[in-house]
Design a protein around this ligand. Structure first.
Ligand code: PLP
Length: 378
């Protein structure tokens, strides 16, 4: 039997689930899932379509109108020029990344990923028979990878760079100049760039989000992954997208036709409600997440007498917690009933990731429970 590892967020969720089943209230700072009522535009779009009497298969590529609307969503934000042939609807951003790696990576190829990285990349690279090459970044340099870092990790076998901007878990955003230099370095080394941009709408404090889609000269070697999960608080609906060269997109559609058959029709119709009203829906989610982020840091810094600054994007705090993050997170879960994700799952020891996407009272009570049970020792 082949053995696949569950995602690191999933493992913590599983222990927390067991604790909940035995009647213990667990504060969830583990999974990054914006806990928010569906925006009315999402509900309206879903409800309108529920009244239809037919439930056919959706096209494997996703609904044509959704593919076009999603391409327009990109084009309006980034002045890109994606069309139908360059747009596919997937089962969340996760399947867009999985499918892209399946298509691009030959056995033994190297996939470069700045660390800390999203927990699912290593396993997905392994499933594609590739080899993960982490590119370490440091908190002291803002958790950013430079073009020199990239070039110094390239070999003859390097094939793909996964760039997660805005980054989970650090919230780091790359500037236009930084991206231009990274994209150029990648092109010089014949690398595909898989740009994971699933937090593109969750950018705070007037910071600017720059997409790799804003560089038309690099379009032939860039795939953009997007999602409704975080941007529109629709994680459970499972709607994501890939945008890129038609040859890649048609291959993703073929892979999808032989595996998932695409995401649920009703989810795609709900996603139309979000995408066609993206400004309104994303600002509803962004404002809620910003309020939770500000509350989280205010209470955290007060309780633990720290002065951590929030990141400019996404819904996480990558907190220093000392060595052996797995042991520490288990201790925190058992003693304080607070679920976190150990830093080692993101490829960096000594940290744990807090998600601040739960409702305010849970954030407040969870941090108080942490302080009460762990004292100064976070
Ligand atoms: N990429 C990153 C960086 C993520 O954090 C996540 C989810 O947590 C995903 C992709 C996948 O999201 P989804 O499949 O829900 O769109």
């Amino acid at each position: 039997m082949k053995q696949f590892n569950p995602s690191a967020t999933g493992a913590i969720q599983a222990i927390a689930h067991q604790m909940r089943k035995s009647g213990i209230h667990v504060y969830n700072f583990g999974t990054g899932d914006p806990v928010l009522a569906n925006h009315p535009e999402i509900l309206r779009a879903a409800e309108k379509n529920l009244q239809h009497k037919m439930n056919p298969y959706a096209p494997f590529a996703g609904l044509t109108e959704l593919r076009i609307a999603a391409a327009e969503w990109m084009n309006r934000r980034y002045a890109s020029s994606f069309d139908l042939a360059q747009s596919v609807v997937t089962c969340g951003g996760k399947f867009a990344i999985y499918a892209s790696l399946q298509i691009l990576v030959e056995p033994g190829d190297e996939v470069l990923v700045p660390a800390p990285y999203w927990v699912s990349y290593p396993e997905m690279i392994q499933m594609a028979a590739g080899r993960l090459v982490p590119i370490p970044t440091a908190q002291s340099s803002g958790w950013k990878m430079t073009p020199q870092d990239l070039l110094s990790h390239c070999t003859e076998r390097s094939r793909v760079l996964i760039l997660n901007n805005a980054c989970n878990p650090t919230g780091v955003l790359y500037t236009k100049k930084e991206l231009a230099e990274i994209l150029k370095a990648a092109r010089d080394r014949n690398l595909w760039v898989l740009s994971d941009e699933v937090y593109s709408e969750l950018v705070f404090d007037g910071s600017e989000f720059i997409s790799c889609a804003s560089f038309p000269e690099h379009a032939p070697h860039v795939i953009i992954v997007e999602s409704c999960s975080k941007n529109f608080a629709m994680a459970g609906w499972r709607v994501g997208f890939a945008f890129g060269p038609p040859s890649i997109i048609s291959n993703i559609i073929a892979l999808q036709s032989q595996s998932t058959s695409g995401t649920a029709l009703i989810s795609q119709q709900a996603a139309m409600g979000a995408i066609l009203n993206f400004k309104e829906v994303s600002s509803y989610v962004r404002e809620a997440m910003k309020a939770r982020r500000d509350l989280f840091f205010k209470i955290y810094n007060h309780l633990f007498k720290t002065s951590h600054q929030p990141g400019s994007a996404a819904i996480y705090f990558f907190a220093p917690i000392g060595p052996d993050s797995i042991k520490k997170c288990k201790e925190i879960l058992e003693k304080a009933h607070v679920a976190l994700v150990p830093g080692i799952g993101f490829g960096v020891e000594g940290y744990a990731r807090f998600a601040f996407s739960e409702e305010e009272d849970q954030i407040e009570q969870g941090l108080i429970a942490l302080k009460k049970n762990l004292g100064e020792r976070i």
